[in-house]
Design a protein around this ligand. Sequence first.
Ligand SMILES: [Zn+2]
Length: 287
Amino acid sequence: MNGTCKLCQKHTKLNDSHIIPKFIHNWQKKTSFTGNIRSSENIDKVNQGGFKDYLFCNECEQHFSKLETNFSKEFFYPFIDENILNLYDINLSKFVISLAWRVLIKYKKDKLFDKFEDSTIKKINRYEIIWREYLLSDTNEIPKDINHNIYILYENLYPHPSFNRYLRTSEATFMSDSEGGSYFYIKLPYFTFLAFVENYNYKYWGNSEIQNYGYIDLKTQYMHTSMEDIIKESCETVKNSVKQYSETQYIKSQNRFNKANFYNTHAFEMAVEDFKNYGDESLPKRD
Ligand SMILES: [Zn+2]
């Protein structure tokens, strides 16, 4: 399909691009009970308009892909597989902005900002440009208008009967905090990112800020109450999702469990963690 690439703005052939990186979906699939992604692992609001869209040319896709590869090799797999947290550099910032910017573009295309106030829409449009210019530049410094944050989640961090299964989910949405800050919220398995467009408040969010380079100390991460609210709500979504299975889907998935090597999967490990903490309360209830 031909069109104008949203990043370089050339009129050319466009790819059917992933909004949430493909390696995330691949990991979720590979480590799931059945080898398929369950709907509860993609509470992705972008989902409603589809995971993919014709937005970028091949060259710009490659640009995103480099940032994704860097993140997956330097952070995602070392942390999940070996509990290692590496030092980060400017590529983390660019990766986070590339995610937030893609969600912004997709939301805009699907007209999902229409319900927001004009002042917020104006700021979103401003950041569409700031982030785009940043992504196109070779700079090693984060522009002063950019405020983005990282939270690393890990097993048993938050008390909820579904928390360890929630860890596996991915989600992207636009939201506000209790102090009038608005931001894109992107959750990948274990990693959560925020990218602000309005009223960033250092006092509340400063300790999770992404810098030009640095190290994330899990012990000093402070979780804003707005984050706790989101986590709680999403854990509930995970908890309730099994009820949505029809009888046929349920039986079908049971059959898959029997065949698959599911005792060794990450999904099973997380379900066991939740069960250890909450017992029967952690188990899916079917009506
Ligand atoms: Zn392009």
